[in-house]
Design a protein around this ligand. Structure first.
Ligand SMILES: *Cc1c(COP(=O)(O)O)cnc(C)c1O
Length: 344
């Protein structure tokens, strides 16, 4: 039995980043790197992105943000609520913190006072998603508390942010009005936020009028499309899962990539790239996938389970669509048994 390998292209990553930045400008990109850069690995991708011109990195949790900080001195942002010891470590490391509740705001101010270092924060207004964020009725109090802490040097409110539901354009438009009101309230109270960010991948791409000065984007930079979304100009998958033929039977070619490697066991019907052209996946079991046979199939032949399509394979998002999930899941679920190889 052989193990599959995830081949990741630096060049495609750089090209995706360039395409996203060109599409967004003058809005800046915040490259989101949660889940170990969506399963692609932080160690190579952070320096690569920094050298491609990325100036903002989003880590979600403080642990990820600290790992990013060890690799770059650009802006690093973490927005998951955390515990005092981690908050202090983040402040010491110059990580900017997203804050969406009164309790967390108190914790961050207290941590900043203990360290003696000013915390740079982005306040989150809940614009309708109801998933963390100050509600509009809580906003004036949050602003008052933050402004007070700014006065005694514990805090600096560098940003205002929110997350859109992306369920309908009308809802997102309404969310933008709530967002704008919150920013206005803060500036009237004397706040001077430098960055405003409301949109993630999809809305950043298709609704330029909703972008602020910064857009948080993950999936597209790794070449992962929105589920049921179109192929995007200049964007292609940076990862290709390569496996080899372990056995050939009259009914199926058996390839060494299965549920143990993190492939969804329910997956069937999508196309892998084979030396015989695209072949349908018949089923996935523990250690292998069974493909429709091709003439001349032999043990050891190379098969592309998913990737940019050069060998007739479908992309990770197409696999995800088949099992009703999002594209990033296919790659983030791959286990450590899958070796990552970074190529040019
Ligand atoms: C994950 C995440 C993003 C990036 O989303 P993509 O769809 O991958 O671009 C942006 N903002 C927040 C708050 C997130 O959690």
């Amino acid at each position: 039995m052989s193990n599959p390998v995830l081949e990741i292209s630096r060049d495609r990553f750089r090209r995706n980043i360039a395409a996203v930045r060109a599409r967004l400008q003058p809005t800046e990109l915040m490259l989101v790197m949660k889940d170990d850069a969506y399963g692609h690995g932080l160690d190579w991708s952070v320096p690569e992105a920094a050298s491609a011109g990325v100036t903002w990195f989003g880590g979600y949790d403080i642990d990820t943000a600290l790992r990013i900080r060890a690799l770059t001195d650009r802006h690093v942002y973490a927005w998951a609520t955390s515990v005092p010891a981690e908050i202090e470590a983040a402040i010491v490391a110059g990580i900017q913190l997203g804050i969406g509740s009164a309790a967390y705001l108190r914790d961050v101010i207290a941590a900043a006072r203990r360290t003696g270092i000013r915390a740079d924060v982005h306040l989150k207004i809940d614009t309708g998603l109801h998933r963390n964020g100050f509600r509009p009725d809580e906003w004036p109090q949050a602003v008052a508390t933050a402004r007070e802490a700014e006065h005694d040097g514990a805090l600096r409110v560098v940003g205002v942010w929110s997350h859109l539901a992306e369920a309908s354009d009308a809802e997102d438009d309404a969310a933008q009005r709530v967002f704008d009101d919150a920013v206005r309230h803060l500036t009237e109270a004397g706040g001077r936020p430098e960055v405003l960010h409301l949109t993630a991948s999809a809305a950043s791409w298709w609704r330029p009028e909703l972008r602020g000065s910064l857009s948080r984007i993950g999936a597209f930079c790794y070449g992962v499309r929105s589920a049921d979304g179109p192929v995007l100009d200049g964007i292609s998958p940076i990862a290709r899962l390569v496996a080899s033929v372990d056995a050939v039977t009259p009914d199926a070619v058996i390839v060494g990539a299965g549920a143990f490697h993190g492939l969804p066991s329910t997956l069937r019907g999508t196309f892998a790239g084979t030396p015989g052209g695209p072949r349908r996946t018949l089923r996935i079991d523990g250690g292998s996938m069974h493909l429709e046979p091709w003439g001349g199939a032999e043990v050891g032949q190379r098969v592309v389970v998913f990737g940019p399509g050069d060998d007739g394979e479908q992309d990770a998002t197409a696999l995800a669509e088949h099992i009703d999930t999002v594209g990033e899941e296919i790659i983030t679920r791959l286990t450590p048994a899958v070796r990552r190889i970074i190529t040019d």
